[in-house]
Each structure stands twice: as structure tokens, then as C-alpha cells.
Design a protein around this ligand. Structure first.
Ligand code: PHE
Length: 360
């Protein structure tokens, strides 16, 4: 193309119109090559500048440069517009209508242990017990010493304790072997009267159908000036009736030993195992369900209270076992196997919560 005889404004109009009409990035790129590429129209005309007379060059130079700039600018602008349109189209094509019904997914379930802990908390809350908490990793003092286990005494082995490696100060923490250290924590931080329960994980080296190395307990503690073994019995019978949803229960207290209670007892409930089904409350058999007693004066003193002024009772029960008895789950190891089929069968709806008003 001869630069000197070309109608440059007409060429520019033509190029700009075609750029404007380019339908996609590929068409636009072809146009760019055609106009501004090494072999392109504009580049070809620019090359001819060298052969022109100085006058001609002075006239044509700015014209061609202006043409090149405006065509280049138009291409850049169009390219951005096309990219945006392409993205827009892609997004539209992959859009999800969140108002459409989804596939029927398994909504998950509340684990029976979590459920039963809610039930237990609801029952004791109804009897005026406050929920306290403590950590899984405990000091030897809270787990043993304050609870009247003498130092270095073999009673500490009775719990098949998991000891942690000694820390820099030589202290060996333990995975709490029971929830009783929360009694200690509560007495140390709070003025009596105390009326609390605590629930959570506990750990002992033990594993068979009725023991898992990690299990759950509920602890109860009452400290005031007047509470007795008779109050303990009333509270526990109220609990058993509400938990097993029976009106009449017969219980017995068997003398036992715990370092932290005196006197100590284990509580059994009457049950009936005839016909392969377990019925709680009445019958010929006994079922042991918890340990309890009057808080030992040494424990009260170890927690900074005067045992001549304060007294009370405590109890502790295995949640896993209570859950198994109520909902017919015989092997505790299944609880923690993570088998979704088991959870589908024994789990509870996440849309419900146990409460005494609507029944447990
Ligand atoms: N801590 C005891 C245990 O784990 C249970 C218990 C708690 C007994 C409170 C008496 C009083 O076996």
C-alpha cells in the first residue's frame, strides 16, 4: 500500500469499525496482525517513510503515528471488553441456583454419648446443679494428692494412669483418671455453698468390651453445712428415675472405698434381665451404676476449706455405661470406632435436644 496515496482517515475508520465488530479475541488478534503486525498495513506504510522526501515524511510521520496509536488503543480497549464478556458468559454458564432442592444427604447425627450427657445435665440442672468444667490433662495434685491419695501410694496405680513425660520442672501431668479433680478445682475457686456437676473425658489403661482407654464420667459435688448421705440418696434416686424414665426404683448402697470419700458406697439399682431384655427399677438382680460418699475431711481441708465448718457429698458415674444401659448398646468399643453405620443407627437427630419438659 502506498502511504502517500492512501486515504488515512478512511483507513482508520475502516479499521476502527472492524475492531468494534470483532466477535471474539481470536478475530481481534487477526485484525491486530493485519494492521499492526510486522507485515501489517500500518507497519508497511511506516516502513516507506524512509524513502520519502523530508517534506512528505514530515506530513506523513505524525499521521501514521496517530493512526498506529489510535488503532492500538482501540484494540486494547476491545480486548478488555471481550475478556470481560467471556468471563461473564462463563460465570453465567456455570452458575448454581442455590434455591434448587439438593440431593438427599445424610444430615449427620448426635453421638449417643453427647446426647446422654445432655440428658444428665438437664436432670441435674433441674435439681439445682451448676455445670463446671476442667481439662483432660491434670496435675497430679488435682487428680490424686488433693483427693487424699497419699503421695507415691499404690492407690495411684489402681487407676491405670496415663502419665505424661515430666516437664522442665520435673512435674508429671496425668490424663485425668476421673472427673473428681473438677471437685478440687471448684472448691479452690469458689466459696461454698457448692452444688455442681461436671462431665467429660477420662482416661485409664484398659480395653475390652466394657472398658475403653478413653471414657466419660459425670461427677457431682455438694458442699454446704448440712448435706448428708440421706440427701445424696434422694438426689441419686431422683436422677435414676428421671434418667431411666421409671417411677419406682429400688436402690442399695454397698460399702466401698474411695480415698476421697468417707463413708464411701457404690450404688446399685434393681433390675430384671429375664427374657434377654434389661429392665431398670424392679426385679431380682442388681446393677452397679455409680460410686459416691461423703466428701473426706482431708479433701475439704486440701481445698482450703475448714472441714469443721463444711461438709457434703460427691458422686461419680460412667456415662458410657449409662448410655449403653438405656439405649441397648452392649460393646463400648463401638462408640469410638467411627463407623457411620453405627452412628446412623444409634445417633440422635441434630434438630432435637433433650429437656425435661418434653421428656428425655
Ligand atoms: N472418682 C470415682 C471413680 O472414678 C467415682 C466417685 C466420684 C466416687 C465421687 C465417689 C465420689 O471411680
Amino acid at each position: 500500500m502506498d502511504a502517500a496515496t492512501t486515504d488515512i482517515p478512511a483507513l482508520e475508520r475502516d479499521l476502527l469499525a472492524r475492531i468494534d465488530q470483532a466477535g471474539d479475541e481470536q478475530a481481534l488478534e487477526m485484525l491486530r496482525v493485519e494492521a499492526l503486525g510486522k507485515q501489517g498495513l500500518v507497519s508497511g506504510m511506516m516502513r516507506m517513510l524512509g524513502a520519502m522526501s523530508p517534506d512528505e515524511r514530515q506530513r506523513m510521520g505524525p499521521l501514521l503515528n496517530g493512526l498506529k496509536d489510535r488503532v492500538g488503543e482501540a484494540i486494547t480497549v476491545k480486548k478488555a471488553a471481550l475478556a470481560e464478556a467471556a468471563l461473564e458468559a462463563q460465570l453465567r454458564a456455570s452458575a448454581v441456583d442455590v434455591s434448587l432442592p439438593g440431593p438427599r444427604a445424610y444430615p449427620g447425627a448426635i453421638h449417643p454419648i453427647s446426647w446422654v450427657m445432655e440428658e444428665i445435665a438437664a436432670i441435674f440442672a433441674d435439681m439445682g446443679f451448676v455445670l463446671e468444667e476442667g481439662p483432660d490433662i491434670e496435675t497430679d495434685f488435682n487428680n490424686f494428692t488433693a483427693l487424699n491419695f497419699p503421695p507415691k501410694h499404690p492407690a495411684r496405680d489402681m487407676h491405670d494412669t496415663f502419665f505424661l513425660a515430666p516437664d522442665v520442672s520435673g512435674e508429671r501431668k496425668v490424663l485425668r483418671t476421673h472427673t473428681s479433680p473438677v471437685q478440687v478445682r471448684t472448691m479452690l475457686k469458689q466459696e461454698p455453698p457448692i452444688r455442681m456437676i461436671c462431665q467429660g473425658r477420662t482416661f485409664r489403661k484398659d480395653s475390652d468390651a466394657t472398658h475403653t482407654p478413653m471414657f466419660h464420667q459425670t461427677e457431682g459435688l455438694v458442699i454446704d453445712k448440712t448435706s448428708t448421705m440421706a440427701d445424696l440418696k434422694g438426689v441419686l434416686m431422683g436422677f435414676v428415675k428421671a434418667y431411666f424414665e421409671v417411677d419406682d426404683v429400688v436402690v442399695r448402697f454397698r460399702p466401698h472405698h474411695f480415698p476421697f470419700t468417707e463413708p464411701s458406697a457404690e450404688m446399685d439399682v434393681r433390675c430384671d434381665r429375664s427374657g434377654g431384655v434389661l429392665k431398670i427399677g424392679q426385679g431380682q438382680d442388681w446393677l452397679e451404676i455409680l460410686g459416691c460418699g461423703m466428701v473426706h475431711p482431708n479433701v475439704i481441708a486440701n481445698c482450703g476449706l475448714d472441714p469443721n465448718e463444711w461438709q457434703g457429698y460427691a458422686f461419680g458415674m460412667g456415662v458410657d455405661r449409662l448410655a449403653g444401659l438405656k439405649y441397648g448398646m452392649p460393646d463400648l468399643r463401638d462408640y469410638f470406632s467411627g463407623d457411620v453405620r453405627w452412628l446412623k443407627h444409634y445417633g440422635f437427630s441434630p434438630f432435637l435436644l433433650p429437656g425435661l419438659a418434653q421428656g428425655l
